[in-house]
Design a protein around this ligand. Structure first.
Ligand code: GAF
Length: 396
């Protein structure tokens, strides 16, 4: 059986989070915001290397209802867990083992903390309720969606105005410094900057963006997301190791980051460690693939984009070693069922894969993947049919 995760209608999301706020805090919220999850089309593990990425925002969103308080207390409630959490903004400090903020509240109070640090303006305490149809822990940026759903509201209640670049950087600092996940900034840029019907070509050297039209529907194609439900976390383990390897290689090569490697063969010749060579080869070739995919999308050459998706997946499997049997199976079955291209998306080690499929066969592809997962004894996957949606914003 195929389980589809549909995006909520906007009024449905608003109602859910308003009701949760009222039931939890016995008051009306004064601010309602929402932010999308994201899918990165291509350009994986390039952001913290100063390279290119090409994300879209999802129609699946996280909704936040807020109300400022007179003190420095943040009370947080989520439809996804029981009870009310409480954090004192005066006690929030850089991530450490003795750190008081654990779990999802770190992403919310981390944004307030980073904004305050950067602007020098005191942020009031607040009550906040959160509800979401972005699958959690699925490599679809539920954490960036949470940051994006509160950053604009916290600015508004604190009378802070700032460009989107600053908002992105506060969300990144929340994640890096308070939640302790050493992620690179692509997710937060996608969540705060993507527009309906477009992917963004994101240059992570400068964090500038360029809109790239992305409308598979007009070609009778779907973007199928396979949430493998193989769990991953970027606050622990492999993600940080990959990032550290890239920094070590850049150091040995005498460049600021791997996007500055001009001659791959020459660079590989200067590295002794076979693992570092593989990591560098992935990053440098992935940046090239991403540039090519941007050009192909602009030319409407979806077939080429599909081929690039496949090579990206192969490189992430063989050189970067961040796929897992579930992600590889999703890709293999999608391709066997006629997908134009398929690959893992996000940080990997679990999470989601994407496939470009003819709309007439989307259901059949999903069924074949679900069957193969069952045959191999994997947890049952879930599916999303998505399009390029809009960025974070106030709900009216
Ligand atoms: C995760 C991280 F949060 C991003 O910054 C990025 O590095 C991605 O993995 C891999 O491309 O989503």
């Amino acid at each position: 059986m195929v389980v589809w995760r549909h995006a909520w209608q906007r009024d449905e999301g608003r109602e859910k989070v308003q009701d949760l706020f009222q039931q939890s805090f016995q008051e009306e919220p004064t601010l309602l915001w929402s932010a999308p999850g994201r899918v990165n089309l291509i350009g994986e593990h390039t952001d913290y290397n100063g390279g290119m990425a090409l994300p879209i925002a999802l129609p699946h969103r996280t909704y936040a209802a807020l109300r400022p308080r007179e003190d420095r207390i943040v009370r947080l409630v989520s439809a996804q867990e029981d009870g009310i959490r409480e954090v004192n903004l005066d006690e929030v400090d850089i991530h450490s083992s003795a750190h008081p903020v654990r779990g999802w509240p770190a992403y919310v109070v981390g944004v307030a903390w980073a904004m305050e640090k950067d602007t020098g303006i005191k942020v009031p305490g607040f009550d906040v309720a959160v509800d979401s149809c972005v699958p959690y822990g699925s490599g679809l940026s539920s954490s960036a969606a949470l940051e994006g759903a509160v950053v604009g509201a916290i600015m508004k209640m604190s009378n802070i105005e700032a460009p989107v670049e600053d908002m992105v950087s506060w969300c990144v600092r929340a994640e890096n410094d308070i939640a302790g996940a050493p992620t690179g900034g692509m997710d937060q840029s996608a969540v705060l900057r993507c527009q309906e019907g477009e992917a963004i070509a994101l240059d992570c050297q400068t964090f500038t963006t360029q809109a790239v039209p992305f409308d598979l529907g007009s070609r009778d194609l779907d973007l199928l997301v396979v949430d493998t439900r193989a769990e991953h976390s970027h606050a622990t383990g492999g993600y940080g190791q990959r990032r550290a390897s890239c920094e070590e290689a850049a150091d040995t090569l005498g460049v600021d980051n791997l996007a500055q490697v001009d001659d791959l063969d020459e660079a590989l010749g200067r590295l002794d460690d076979p693992t570092l060579k593989k990591r560098v080869r992935h990053v440098v070739t992935e940046i090239e693939r991403t540039k090519e995919a941007i050009a192909a999308l602009k030319n409407g050459d979806i077939e080429r984009v599909g081929c690039l998706f496949n090579s990206s997946h192969d490189s992430l499997r063989d050189d970067y070693e961040v796929t897992c049997p579930e992600l590889d199976t999703a890709q293999e079955v999608a391709l066997a069922q006629g997908a134009l291209g398929a690959r893992m998306t996000g940080g990997g080690f679990g999470g989601s894969a994407i496939a470009v499929v003819p709309s007439s066969s989307t259901q059949a592809v999903a069924e074949a993947i679900a069957e193969e997962f069952a045959r191999r004894g994997f947890v049952a996957p879930q599916f999303l049919a998505v399009h390029a949606a809009g960025a974070a914003g106030e709900e009216r």
